[in-house]
Design a protein around this ligand. Sequence first.
Ligand code: DQA
Length: 142
Amino acid sequence: QRVLVLNGPNLGRLGKREPEVYGSVTHADLADHLVGTGAGLGLSVEVRQTDHEGQMIEWLHEAADSDVPVVLNPAAWTHYSIAVADAVAQVPIVIEVHISNVHAREEFRRHSVVSPYALGVIAGLGLGGYDLALAHLAAIRD
Ligand code: DQA
């Protein structure tokens, strides 16, 4: 079974970006790691990152049309993009992941416009949150 892992703005800078919050692993290393995690679970994982909202919306449409589950870190779009939320609403299975504990940071990070359309949300468990999301998708696969 295919799974898309989609990462939003600034996540391409993992490893360089606020390492005290997001860690020192790069996006390329995360992507390699998740492909390996997926292989161990019998999932064919593809990892993509974009800083462009329209690109993300097109990828979500692709997931909707091909009925592929998505692990999504919408990054800052989480907090305000109704366009991303509307696209997420069209995808049958989306697990929302945040690397940091968004509830333990600035107040504006506590609200997600995406969560109403997500199957579930994982936050604050670092990059391990992506592995947990993949494990859950493997557990519920038909
Ligand atoms: C994030 C949390 C968001 O508030 C922030 O804008 C991000 C990353 C996380 O993974 O912890 O870019 O989604």
